[in-house]
Design a protein around this ligand. Structure first.
Ligand SMILES: O[C@H]1[C@H](O)[C@@H](O)[C@H](O)[C@@H](O)[C@H]1O
Ligand SMILES: [Fe+2]
Ligand SMILES: [Fe+2]
Length: 304
């Protein structure tokens, strides 16, 4: 029952693009200061904080956990693999996110374009030479356009929030785990064991993740033949997989390449999570720089 999705084979050129992960090797001082609290005065990712956003966020996860089943994900992957909805550039997509607000996020109620630029600019300060990582910051959440009418207007529960594997047991570390009890897969013996339909070390590429903006943007980038390195595609695809990159669950499904790429994801996560603030970036000022990166790593128009 395992669904195999093709991963670009690492040829000679791609091999050379592999990037050193050691922060010391990169000569960085990690200037970014992790703030103690979010813009609402609470600790980041506190899902039981009881603040103004809590009831909405909890309700979001209730519906998300009940509805993300193995069959649902399979259907979504097939449907969106067609990439037959829209043709546009990466920057046009960034602008579309001007009007998107994420209901799953306890730390941010700003339009998403702010979050993209805040993430990218924070990375750029600490890792000035890793231009691929700046661009990864800019585009990692573009898949949230799935909320908009021309992309199928999917409900929030099918677009945002933390992701997790389907087809095997839901790990206890997943936010608001209790709501999985009402997911039909929860009582299905094919899907509710440690390995479920997978096997030890099978590689995350062979694992079906709950459907949302991560997997969609990965698909868009890959199918439109981005020249970004494999670590960038991994970051885009798994940045919402907190059970893995924060709680170290599901490690038994990883292969060697996943282990390498996870190091970059963990660096990235610091900027994705803690750069969320009310301090706005001047879009027009930074736009030329990001346009030059887009031109370097993507075709002018992409299929979405
Ligand atoms: O609420 C947030 C948001 O949807 C992010 O884009 C996602 O990456 C996180 O995992 C999630 O917790
Ligand atoms: Fe995200
Ligand atoms: Fe993000």
């Amino acid at each position: 029952m395992t669904i195999l999705i093709e991963q670009p084979q690492l040829g000679f050129e791609e091999e050379e693009k592999k990037i050193p992960v050691d922060e010391k090797e990169l000569g960085l001082d990690g200037g970014f200061v992790v703030p103690q609290t979010n813009s609402f005065g609470q600790t980041f990712r506190d899902y039981d904080a009881g603040g103004e956003r809590q009831p909405g966020v909890e309700n979001f996860y209730r519906i998300n956990h009940i509805s993300q089943t193995y069959d649902f994900v399979k259907r979504m992957r097939e449907e969106y693999a067609k990439l037959n909805r829209v043709e546009m550039s990466i920057w046009e997509c960034c602008e579309l996110l001007n009007n998107v607000v994420d209901e799953s996020d306890p730390d941010l109620d700003e339009p998403q374009i702010e979050h993209l630029l805040q993430t990218a600019e924070a990375i750029r300060k600490d890792y000035p030479n890793e231009d691929w990582l700046h661009l990864t910051g800019l585009i990692h959440d573009l898949g949230k356009v799935l909320l908009l009418p021309s992309f199928g207007e999917l409900p929030q529960w099918a677009v945002v929030g933390d992701t997790f594997p389907v087809g095997c047991a839901f790990d206890e570390s997943i936010v608001h785990h209790k709501y999985f009890k009402e997911n039909p897969d929860y009582n299905n013996p094919a899907f509710n064991t440690k390995y479920g339909v997978y096997s030890e070390g099978c590689g995350l590429n062979n694992v079906m993740m709950s459907w949302g903006h991560d997997d969609y943007m990965y698909l868009v980038a890959k199918e439109n033949k981005t020249t970004l390195p494999s670590a960038a595609l991994f970051i885009i695809r798994y940045h919402s997989f907190y059970a893995l990159h924060r709680s170290e669950a599901y490690k038994h499904l990883m292969n060697e390449e996943d282990i390498e790429n996870l190091k970059w994801l963990q660096i990235f996560n610091k900027y994705d999570l803690y750069s969320k603030s009310k301090v706005r970036i001047d879009v027009e000022k930074v736009k030329p720089y990001y346009l030059s990166l887009i031109e370097k790593y993507f075709p002018a128009k992409l299929k979405w």
